[in-house]
Write a protein that binds this ligand. Structure first.
Ligand SMILES: [Zn+2]
Length: 183
């Protein structure tokens, strides 16, 4: 089970806070729906390698992800910053750039060319198909959070309006909190 920290939209922001105020990352309550016990114990960490930029800058990998243990229900949870997707190697920030290019009407090949070779064509296509396939579920679960999006019925219009208001990471965090499996 993972708990997603809202408002942490870059790896640098996450790592700086981890160094200065790690205690701020301890969840207030157990995230298990039947528990919500207060007072989780630190339970070590594991590492992720989400920094896949190739711009000659030093990599921020490996990034530690904190884990916590609930003594009440025996459940462990990891605490992910909002910028790191639960199941993808690429940061939401990278995926948002690609998503916006596709929403603007660029073809897969043109999007790939603009983006360089950082993400493969197969991966870009898989993300795009997944967002299209899940549109009904994603939009229905996001509308209670962003009622103004109700004016935008189509896929492109909905996502363009949504991303003009909030980063993709925030929309995906809200879906994760609703129990929706994000791509
Ligand atoms: Zn618990």
């Amino acid at each position: 089970m993972s708990f997603i920290l809202p408002g942490i939209i870059s790896l640098i922001q996450y790592l700086e806070t981890l160094q200065k105020a790690p205690e701020s990352y301890r969840p207030e309550r157990c995230p298990h729906p039947d528990c919500h016990h207060v007072g989780l114990w630190c339970h070590g960490c594991y590492t992720r390698k989400p920094d896949r930029k190739d711009l000659g800058e030093p990599s921020l990998n490996p990034v530690p992800i904190l884990r916590f243990f609930c003594s009440e229900c025996g459940c462990t949870c990891s605490v992910l910053p909002e910028c790191i997707p639960p199941r993808s190697w690429y940061l939401w920030q990278v995926r948002q750039v690609i998503f916006l290019l596709l929403l603007a009407g660029n073809s897969l090949n043109h999007t790939l060319a603009i983006n360089g070779s950082r993400v493969s064509r197969t991966t870009i296509k898989r993300w795009w198909l997944r967002f299209n396939d899940c549109f009904v579920s994603f939009s229905l679960n996001l509308l209670p959070h962003f009622p103004c999006l109700g004016r935008h019925a189509g896929f492109s219009e909905f996502w363009k309006a949504c991303l003009a208001l909030h980063p993709l990471s925030s929309a995906m965090r809200l879906l994760h909190e609703e129990g929706v499996c994000v791509p």
